[in-house]
Design a protein. Structure first.
Length: 231
């Protein structure tokens, strides 16, 4: 197993008022806010169970998400948190490099099916520094996890089509990326179709239980959600 004594996990998190905007045509704001909270809880729980991580940090200025992180003894970064996924992770990487940390794992807060075992499997494929390891999204377009040693080894640019550009960016630095495909880590929830796919999996998680309580099924008449209330 690869030594990971000083590898930090970084999770960028949007403000709750902006959570899951791509679900807005199908789901009301209260639902999307509650969903974002449950998903982050699941991601942080999985990361907390990973052996060998030196620490976990979230990048956010949202007060509720900050409180959640601190309750779990998770570090909070706020620099560039309002400037998007890429800027927030890049700012966190700069901090970790300045502190002399060995490297960084970054994952989004919307992969609630992920498990500690999957993250361990990803990290076990990560070689000695300098190294770049990546796990694509289920559609083969996005980048759902990136591991870098050192943390600023490769310039990152997250988005719907970031996977292939990240491979190119790594090779431009003379690093051959390691690609690890993992089912649960690969399923991020951005669209109603993603949500339906997640519901069908029925993976044990806080998010699954929340969706069951909310009455979300793959074939739900989503217009009915506008009449519901979510805590």
């Amino acid at each position: 197993m690869t030594a990971r004594r000083d590898l930090w996990a970084v999770v960028p998190v949007k403000q709750l008022a902006e959570a899951k905007h791509r679900l807005s045509r199908a789901f009301p704001p209260a639902f999307r806010r509650a969903l974002a909270i449950e998903m982050l809880e699941d991601v942080l729980a999985a990361l907390s169970g990973v052996s060998g991580l030196a620490g976990i940090a979230v990048v956010t200025i949202d007060p509720e998400m900050q409180r959640m992180a601190r309750q779990r003894n998770v570090r909070v970064f706020a620099d560039d948190a309002t400037s998007g996924h890429t800027a927030g992770v890049t700012a966190a990487a700069r901090v970790l490099v300045a502190e002399g940390r060995e490297g960084m794992l970054t994952v989004p807060g919307d992969i609630p099916g992920v498990t500690a075992a999957e993250i361990e499997a990803l990290l076990d494929q990560h070689g000695p520094s300098p190294a770049f390891t990546i796990a694509p999204a289920h559609d083969g377009r996005g980048s759902n996890a990136v591991v870098l040693s050192p943390a600023d080894l490769v310039p990152l640019a997250f988005g719907n089509d970031s996977f292939l550009p990240h491979l190119t960016a790594a090779r431009a630095k003379g690093i051959e990326p390691r690609v690890v495909r993992l089912e649960r880590l690969g399923l991020d929830i951005d669209t109603p179709e993603d949500l339906a796919a997640f519901v069908e999996k029925n993976w044990p998680s806080r998010t699954t239980e929340f969706l069951k309580r909310a009455g979300v099924t793959p074939h739900l008449d989503r217009a009915a959600l506008s009449e519901r209330h979510y805590g």
